[in-house]
Design a protein around this ligand. Structure first.
Ligand code: SAH
Length: 348
């Protein structure tokens, strides 16, 4: 089955379910994923500097610690100057991609977001700017694109409408989420999507639907991480997802999408101390360390026990360098765009 997945980049729904169901085949699965990753990306690991610039949010996603309804979250916003300062520090540390992530915060108008993008691009012309600020009208996306943004991360969270409505308030819908993703693609963004592993009420069928949706969308980047419960959300009593299933999915994604950018996520590093290293060994090729000022890090808590909330950006960078090297890979200093089918074969 693994040979077939590696050769065809696909399996039937039933085969995928079998592969997902147990850890029996993990060793050959991870080895195959690593082989494909090395054929396409070598041992390179791309880094993205994550700037969590606001934890205000108008949404009330049931899983998320910065949901509007969480009255216990201490809210903050970074000013454009502070964001520029983070990017400047990141540049010195070798980052050539900056990810501006936040809650859906209406304080930041499109004009402000565009100004931040163009200031970063003007000062750091060799860098990519990625946005991760949720659902917006197509016109807003277009304005961000014109201002110079290169990429946009928006996880679909689950490709099953019924499951989507169990994770989100009635004001949100899978149709809108999908419309945003298609709008972003049409405008020209390199789009990243993905989902949480082990989110409440998730079934194996849901995961297969997620994989099928990703095949349809063909995103440049696919981010997955375990769901981790947050004590001040309605999902406080749900079990978190596991590192095992997340790693199995990272490997399956690598074999289905040889050219995709697949991060070893902070959530994976939170659920298991060596989670990110194991993610790299199972096919991941991106890490996204935090560049947010230390003073605000502990307030951007989407889930409990998040790692690295007390560290300086430079510390994180150094620590990660060592972890990545120990895992047998190498952090590289460049934008780290996705390779395409046209930039070389994947003959393994
Ligand atoms: N507001 C932006 C950024 C969201 S944070 C947006 O909506 O796109 C980025 C991702 O963190 C989310 O897409 C979600 O998949 C993940 N996340 C949120 N809460 C989480 C939790 N409790 N456990 C694990 N991942 C979570």
């Amino acid at each position: 089955m693994i040979e077939k997945l590696k050769r065809d980049g696909d399996l039937s729904d039933d085969e995928l379910k079998i592969l997902l169901a147990s850890g029996e085949r993990d060793a050959p699965l991870f080895a195959a994923a690593d082989e494909v990753r090395r054929a396409v990306y070598g041992t390179d690991v791309y880094i993205r500097g994550l700037i969590e610039f606001t934890n205000h949010c108008k949404n009330d996603c049931l899983y998320c610690g910065i949901r509007r309804g969480n009255g216990l979250a201490e809210r903050y916003r970074l000013t454009p100057d502070e964001i520029l300062e983070c990017a400047g520090q990141g540049y010195e540390l070798g980052f050539r991609t900056f990810v501006l992530q936040g809650g859906e915060d209406q304080h930041y108008t499109d004009e402000m977001i565009c100004e931040i993008i163009s200031r970063i691009k003007k000062r750091h012309g060799d860098c990519a700017v990625t946005l991760s600020i949720g659902e917006k009208p197509k016109e807003s996306y277009r304005a961000y694109w014109r201002a110079g943004a290169d990429r946009y991360l928006l996880r679909h969270e689950t490709a099953d409408g019924a499951h989507y409505s169990k994770l989100h308030p009635a004001s949100m819908s899978l149709d809108v989420r999908k419309r945003c993703l298609w709008d972003l693609k049409e405008i020209g963004f390199q789009v990243g999507s993905g989902f949480m592993v082990g989110s409440p009420h998730q079934t194996t069928e849901n995961i297969v639907s997620d994989l099928r949706f990703l095949q349809e969308l063909e995103p440049a980047m696919i981010g997955i991480g375990p769901f981790i419960s947050h004590k001040d959300t309605p999902f406080r009593n749900f079990a978190s997802g596991t590192a095992e299933l997340t790693l199995r999915l990272v490997a399956i994604l690598r074999l289905m999408f040889p050219y995709a950018l697949i991060p070893a996520t902070t959530a994976l590093g939170t659920i298991a101390p060596d989670g990110r290293e194991r993610g790299l060994a199972a096919g991941a090729n991106v890490v996204m360390p935090n560049l947010s000022p230390v003073g605000v890090r502990k307030h951007y808590l989407l889930y409990d026990n998040k790692i690295c909330t007390g560290d300086e950006a430079a510390e994180c960078r150094k620590c990660l360098e060592a972890k990545v090297a120990l895992a047998g890979y190498e952090i590289v200093v460049h934008r780290g765009d996705a390779k395409t089918h046209f930039s070389g074969g994947v003959a393994v």
